[in-house]
Design a protein around this ligand. Structure first.
Ligand SMILES: *Cc1c(COP(=O)(O)O)cnc(C)c1O
Ligand SMILES: [Zn+2]
Length: 374
């Protein structure tokens, strides 16, 4: 398989078997790989993210680490009388879409012969990496902020990972993991570009589920952008293979309590000004310093999209509406529906939004919400 690992900022191209997680110049890396889509072959394979095998940059099948996950169902819902197609990414083995990225990233680690991985996360990415490392028989160490939900901590520990709780901010946790990554493979969902090669399957599935077409609009909860960037890469693969005519417009959603990308968008600024998180119920996207900020802004511009901020009150209202219609998601997921309500839409516009994580992950937070309901 021919692939390159190239720097986003300088001209450096690293060896295809590199274990680097960022360029020597400090910038993030991309996987240069032209994913192919074999339309006849995918229809013959079981429904799952690995049916797009030719688009996933792992050589031998023996290295694929998978629970036969993916092909999550899309359901038509209504909010304020407007139709929305909702993709149930909460139905993954670990309860969030992060399994898409972890499956490809841990496959890559296995392919490279890695014996131990380290990762830092506010919860869901850590759980996903821990689960796939367990499946692959790779030792795993996960760094989390001390404030992480107890349910997510239990999950990471039970998968057998060594869990390290770091006092301070999410950024302090990242720094602790980076130090550990000097001697071990950094399975970072933010830095390691192979993670995004997995999240791009979100786009392929939508295309297939919409009868081999692209939606007009995608709404994506965004912190570090693992789903947004992945969805973009996937639709770009489809475009380059001549399978769709244009990219969907991509709408990134941030929580108003921690919205550095929204501010860049609003102020038409190219520079990331770190924000103080005033706290938000949407813990999964409360990222004060998104590593790939300029890449996210570029994608939003290139696709004719926008960035929307939603308040905790709007998130809570959206979450209650989702649950009243019989689905159970964590608060971060409800940001997509909250944004859907706020944006102007066309009559026949086809809009897809994900439920990114399962409600069972955040029982303590959801219990607090029900107190206001009695
Ligand atoms: C990771 C995650 C997101 C998206 O966050 P990014 O930082 O943009 O990758 C959204 N919702 C949930 C539940 C998540 O775990
Ligand atoms: Zn570089």
């Amino acid at each position: 398989m021919t692939l390159q690992v190239a720097c986003q900022a300088c001209d450096a191209v690293h060896r295809s078997d590199t274990r680097l997680w960022r360029c020597g110049c400090g910038a993030a890396l991309d996987v240069g790989f032209q994913g192919a889509i074999d339309v006849d072959a995918i229809g013959r394979r079981p429904p799952g993210m690995w049916r797009y095998r030719e688009a996933l940059p792992i050589g031998a099948d023996a290295h694929v680490v998978s629970f036969n996950e993916g092909f999550t169902p899309v359901v038509r819902m209504q909010f304020d009388g407007k139709p929305l197609s909702v993709k149930q990414e909460n139905l993954f083995p670990t309860g969030s879409f992060k399994d898409r990225g972890a499956s490809v990233l841990i496959s890559r680690a296995l392919e490279l012969g890695v014996e131990k991985v380290v990762e830092d996360s506010s919860g869901n990415a850590g759980a996903a990496v821990a689960a796939y490392a367990a499946k692959a028989g790779i030792e795993c160490e996960i760094y989390v902020p001390e404030s992480t939900s107890p349910g997510k901590l239990a999950q990471i520990r039970l998968y057998g990972a060594n869990l390290i709780r770091v006092p301070g901010s999410r950024e302090d946790t990242a720094r602790a993991a980076m130090e550990a990554a000097e001697s071990h493979f950094y399975a970072s969902h933010v830095w390691n570009p192979f993670f995004f090669q997995g999240t791009k399957t979100y786009a392929f599935e939508i295309w297939e589920q919409l009868d081999f077409s692209a939606p007009d609009t995608l709404i994506v909860p965004t912190g570090h952008g693992t789903m947004l960037i992945g969805a973009f890469l996937g639709f770009r693969d489809l475009l380059e293979n001549g399978l769709i005519a244009r990219l969907p417009r991509m709408i990134a959603v941030q929580a108003a309590g921690c919205a550095p990308l929204y501010r860049m968008w609003r102020d038409q600024s190219a520079n990331l000004a770190p924000v103080d998180s005033s706290g938000t119920i949407a813990e999964g996207i409360a990222i004060a310093e998104p590593t790939r900020a300029s890449q996210i802004l570029d994608i939003v511009h290139e696709t004719g999209g926008r960035i929307v901020a939603v308040t905790d009150a709007e998130i809570e209202r959206a979450l209650l509406d989702i649950c009243k219609q019989g689905l159970y998601a964590e608060p971060t997921s409800a940001t997509a529906v909250a944004a859907f309500r706020k944006i102007p839409t066309e009559r026949d516009e086809c809009i897809v939004a994900p439920l990114t994580g399962h409600g069972l992950k955040s029982t303590e937070k959801l219990l607090k919400l029900t107190e206001g309901q009695e």
